[in-house]
Write a protein that binds this ligand. Structure first.
Ligand code: HEC
Length: 488
């Protein structure tokens, strides 16, 4: 059967080639970051597809459907939280993968193309993080995305910034169209580009072979991809998966109250991987020569950083890979990592500070990690909704049985029913009004006017306690201030 498949597809020899690929210097756990990133991507695709089964992108359903996933979908909270933590895992692993390729010198000839594709993959993943951040449409999703959209809108020339902002929002303000646009970018545009480029990244990897340890001589020892490296890759991937599962169980993704465009009190926080940029913005002066500090922090420095990364194989012309042959490069890399880390720390501290100053308004989630137990909240809502006390119960009886004639505010309806508000009879002798509501009334002039319709008798239609409640309500409502009545 294997022969049959081989003859028709060449699949078996392709698989053999794939598995017997040489690993220079032998298999190593150092090489597992790339495949672990790939596993994180697979987690994101699988959980993401599941989420699209329930998520509904519009201003009136985005938050509601996310909450629905929490409350009514079996395993929904878990899958949502896997997606939430998987995003962080993917970005963290990809960062380590990138750093390792830098330090190992694996971006050098002939692996320049692979490196450039890798940097683009990194940027695309950040776009996924940004667009996914908006989708739950809670307070933080809305406010944080507003900040990033405004940053895009401030990039000069003004016409370009405005066009970018208009494109991202799909209009002049954030709403349903914005959610749909971000959704489209998040689930179609970027994933398709990402998958295509991941395929290319791996194909070019196969073409060049593994770079091996940072040495200038080709190592004498060779390992095989199968079974050594594949075993290590599987183990590392499994570890990543286990960590993400634990986080999803113990710290489910937080969902705050629904987005509220009028809430200017709320302090948004970006995803942790944007902390360094946020910290940088805090430290830059308002004006730097001809351009604003904000522009330097949000456009100039990031663009320079990306430019240096993309062109790294051509900026660093040193052919050597051994670590001791490239002391300055290694030193520079470590300094860069330290600087990014320090700005990240500044950013995190400044966000914590801002939130403290705002009194933490709106920061308590309604679902997920840090939210009060669902049962308690529901019970509180139920007691708030169920009327208690004769007046509150009476209001319900009134709006169902009396408001159609006497008006919701007791003002009466001309030629149909007299006003009860400010009516001395209503506020007067309880025995008489009980008699009227029980037995009805017809042909009496009320406050100088006669009515052709009769006042129905309510005894038998309403229970005695409902009658007592509704009378208590009309005697104590609007401008009436008479005592309540009770069933004897
Ligand atoms: C079909 C319309 C209609 C509905 C429904 C209705 N009423 Fe009346 N009600 C009247 C009319 C008409 C009068 C005046 C009858 C008359 O003048 O003979 C009246 C009179 C009264 C009076 C006496 C006011 C006075 O000054 O003499 C009270 C009290 C009253 N209604 C309470 C209620 C309450 C409580 C309910 C609900 C349980 C209710 N009504 C539902 C039409 C209605």
């Amino acid at each position: 059967m294997l022969n049959w498949i081989e003859e028709r597809t060449g699949g078996i020899s392709a698989l053999k080639n794939f598995l017997t690929e040489d690993v220079p210097g032998g298999a190593s756990y150092w090489y597992t970051f790339g495949s672990a990133t790939l596993i994180a991507l697979v987690i994101q695709i699988v959980t993401g597809i599941f989420l699209t089964f329930y998520y509904a992108p519009s201003a009136s359903t985005a938050w509601e459907s996310t909450k629905f996933i929490y409350d009514h979908v079996t395993g929904g909270a878990f899958i949502l939280s896997l997606h939430f933590w998987g995003a962080s895992a993917m970005i963290a692993l990809m960062t380590v993968h990138l750093l390792q390729v830098m330090i190992w010198g694996a971006y050098k000839k002939p692996r320049e193309v692979m490196w450039v594709i890798g940097v683009v993959l990194f940027l695309l993943t950040l776009v996924l993080g940004l667009t996914g951040y908006l989708l739950p449409w809670d307070l933080n999703a809305f406010s944080a995305s507003q900040v990033s959209i405004n940053i895009a809108g401030n990039i000069p020339p003004p016409a370009f910034g405005m066009a970018q902002k208009y494109f991202l929002q799909d209009g002049t303000q954030m709403g349903t169209l914005t959610i749909n646009r971000f959704f489209g970018i998040h689930v179609w545009l970027v994933p398709i580009m990402l998958l295509g480029l991941v395929g290319l990244h791996l194909a070019v990897f196969r073409h060049n072979g593994a770079a091996g340890p940072p040495a200038d001589q080709t190592p004498k020892k060779f390992g095989r991809f199968y079974p050594d490296q594949i075993f290590m890759d599987t183990l590392a991937s499994f570890l990543v998966f286990a960590v993400v599962v634990c986080l999803a169980i113990w710290m489910p993704a937080p969902l705050l109250a629904k987005a509220d465009p009028t809430n200017s009190q709320f302090v948004p926080s970006p995803a942790w991987y944007f902390f360094p940029l946020f910290g940088l913005l805090q430290k830059l002066p308002g004006q730097m020569g001809p351009i604003s500090g904000e522009l330097v922090g949000t456009a100039v420095i990031p663009a320079l950083g990306v430019g240096v990364l993309l062109l790294l194989p051509w900026i660093d012309r040193n052919r050597k890979r051994a670590l001791n042959q490239r002391p300055y490069f290694i030193l520079l890399t470590f300094i860069s990592v330290a600087v990014v880390g320090i700005f990240g720390w500044i950013g995190a501290a400044s966000i914590t500070d801002h939130i403290k100053q705002s009194g933490g308004a709106g920061q308590t989630p309604v679902r997920g990690y840090g939210a009060p137990p669902v049962g308690a909240e529901e019970a509180a809502a139920a007691t708030a909704a169920a009327p208690s006390g004769p007046v509150a119960r009476g209001q319900a009886v009134y709006s169902q049985n009396c408001a159609s004639c006497h008006g919701a505010a007791g003002g009466g309806t001309p030629n149909l029913a007299p006003p009860l508000d400010g009516n001395p009879f209503v506020a007067g002798d309880p025995a008489k009004i009980i008699a009227v509501v029980n037995g009805g009334l017809h042909g009496q002039a009320v406050m100088g006017k006669s009515y052709t319709t009769p006042m129905p008798a309510w005894k038998g239609t309403l229970t005695p306690s409902q009658i007592a409640d509704v009378i208590s309500y009309i005697r104590g409502s609007w401008s009436n201030h008479a005592s309540i009545v009770t069933v004897k």
